[in-house]
Write a protein of this length. Sequence first.
Length: 194
Amino acid sequence: MLQHRSQPSYNDEWRLVYLAVTAKRNRRSTVSDLSRQLSSATSTIVSRQTMYRHLGHIGLYARRPVRCVPLTVTHCRLLLTWSEEHALWTPQQWSCVMFSDKSGFSLQSDSRRTLIWRAPGNRYHQENTIERHRYGGAGWLVWGGIIIGSRTDLHVQSVTMTGHIYRDVILEQHACFFGAPWVLNFFLFMDDKA
């Protein structure tokens, strides 16, 4: 009769330490990669299921990485400077500012098969993110703007968004006509990437 061990043996503990170090050094390693590295280090063959169990025992699980657009030091410095310059603005001054946001949805396949090994609660740590500089191909753009006491309609565009199209379609057709004529002399348009 086989007995299930609740506590890992010394060899299992050594494997756990080795796996923890290896998986954390290269979070994008596959289970097959980790299994090969463990086999070459210990001369034992370990099944995929055992690898998943060992990694789960040390609190590492295969998850999709967070995808983000990279911010350079210059971006961060400019955002901080802008916020410091406007920290003492009055509601009257803010009433002439429109904030906007947009979301792009690509029609191209992104299988997102890349997985990383991470512990629960560490989703947004820098080592668990993948920076994407661009989202290629055709898709949909959803855009909206807000101003104190009001908002624009939500606009959906089904074009490949370039800087020129964004300026001509979104800014000139929607953002500029939103401000009242008496405001346009003082109107400030804030866009996260403008």
